[in-house]
Design a protein around this ligand. Structure first.
Ligand SMILES: NC(=O)c1ccc[n+]([C@@H]2O[C@H](COP(=O)([O-])OP(=O)(O)OC[C@H]3O[C@@H](n4cnc5c(N)ncnc54)[C@H](O)[C@@H]3O)[C@@H](O)[C@H]2O)c1
Length: 334
């Protein structure tokens, strides 16, 4: 039985807790949040104890691992305090929005021998993972083009989520940067980005963008294109397409059912797309938690590491710099 202490019981924390609670060999024993009502709600749903005292959670004997789902600007503190307490960590993305803090965290983590998995859940999505497996197995020959479409149905609430998220590139595109590295099987070395404000004036007010296109090149010469928007009027648009000399492999959008309707109003009309990340990536979040439980229990290192989080942030920073300077940016991972 792996017993979790949950740090942060908001949108994603509450969802994670409910997924842990239905695993036969795991439980949520403590829920910590600065808002007592929020901690109490998730605790009641999962049979855990609620607290507003982080030390109580980290010092509890019935906490074997922590799941960090508090706001991004608290992750470094939560990672280091959990590592000091000797607890294996599953931490939501991104590690932080400030590269200097990520580097400092990396240095300080060297003193502790605790497994840390980063929450790039999309690697565990059966459809996206199917693309990666096909590419790795050589089914399309050498990968020449990778196209990642990632468009949200709508912006998150302005406060506090949007204000604290670090902007489109570091909050959202970072998932696509990780997906690119995962499918390409190598690191992009050059990044060029254009971005715009097309969706909502709030993004410009916060000094952010809501629409972006990024093009990247790897050392072996593969090209990758990522396109992002903070708004669609047709649900969560999440597609990954890899192309090579021997063919193309694609992960398509998901719908609640595969029913198609044919009549006077149109032919082949299908359900709308699943609305957002909690619905679309449910299988991925479940597989992510399962993998963490299995690996920690077996003493194996996590599949998605702190270094993956660091490299994805370096790519997001490169995209932001490219957009700001209107020049391609070379990426230095050292
Ligand atoms: N992997 C994914 O698909 C995905 C999706 C959404 C969010 N996220 C990440 O998860 C994190 C949380 O996002 P969210 O959308 O759930 O935000 P949220 O605002 O809904 O939830 C955050 C929770 O943390 C609590 N909190 C604030 N300060 C805290 C502190 N110091 N200690 C403990 N709790 C604190 C808040 O009261 C709130 O309940 C972010 O880092 C975000 O990037 C990841």
């Amino acid at each position: 039985m792996l017993r979790f202490g949950l740090i942060g019981t908001g949108r994603i924390g509450d969802m994670h807790a409910r997924l842990v609670a239905v695993q036969p060999d795991a439980a949520v024993t403590w829920c910590y949040d600065v808002h007592a009502d929020s901690a109490a709600r998730t605790a009641a749903a999962t049979g855990a104890r609620a607290t507003t005292d982080l030390d109580a959670l980290l010092g509890a004997e019935d906490v074997d691992a922590v799941l960090i789902a508090s706001p991004t600007n608290t992750h470094v503190e939560m990672i280091l305090r959990s590592a000091e307490a000797g607890k294996p960590i599953l931490c939501e993305k991104p590690i932080d929005v400030d590269m200097a803090r990520v580097e400092e965290c990396r240095e300080r983590l060297r003193a502790f021998d605790v497994p840390l998995q980063l929450g790039f859940n999309r690697r565990f999505d059966p459809s996206h993972a199917g693309v990666q497996k096909a590419v790795a197995a050589g089914e399309i020959g050498d990968l020449e083009l990778l196209v990642i479409t990632s468009r949200d149905p709508g912006p998150p609430p302005p406060r506090p989520i949007l204000e604290a998220c670090g902007g489109l590139f570091r909050d959202t595109t970072i998932h696509d940067m990780d997906m690119a590295r995962f499918v390409l099987g190598e690191d992009p070395v050059e990044v060029y980005a254009m971005a715009a404000n097309r969706v909502d004036p709030i993004f410009a007010e916060l000094g952010d963008v809501d629409t972006a296109m990024v093009v990247m090149r790897t050392a072996s010469g593969a090209l990758c294109h990522i396109n992002n928007s903070r708004r669609t009027n047709y649900g969560y648009d999440q597609r990954v397409e890899a192309f090579g000399a021997k063919g193309m492999v694609r992960s398509n959008n998901h719908r609640p059912s595969e029913v198609s309707r044919h009549g006077a109003g149109g032919t082949g009309t299908r359900d709308e797309l699943l609305y957002f990340f909690i619905e679309r990536y449910r299988a991925a979040y479940e597989a992510e938690i399962r993998d963490f439980i299995d690996r920690v229990t077996a003493g194996k290192p996590p599949r998605v590491t702190f270094e993956d989080g660091r490299r994805a942030l370096l790519l997001s920073e490169a995209a932001l710099k490219s957009y700001q300077t209107n020049r391609p940016v070379e990426v230095d991972y050292t």
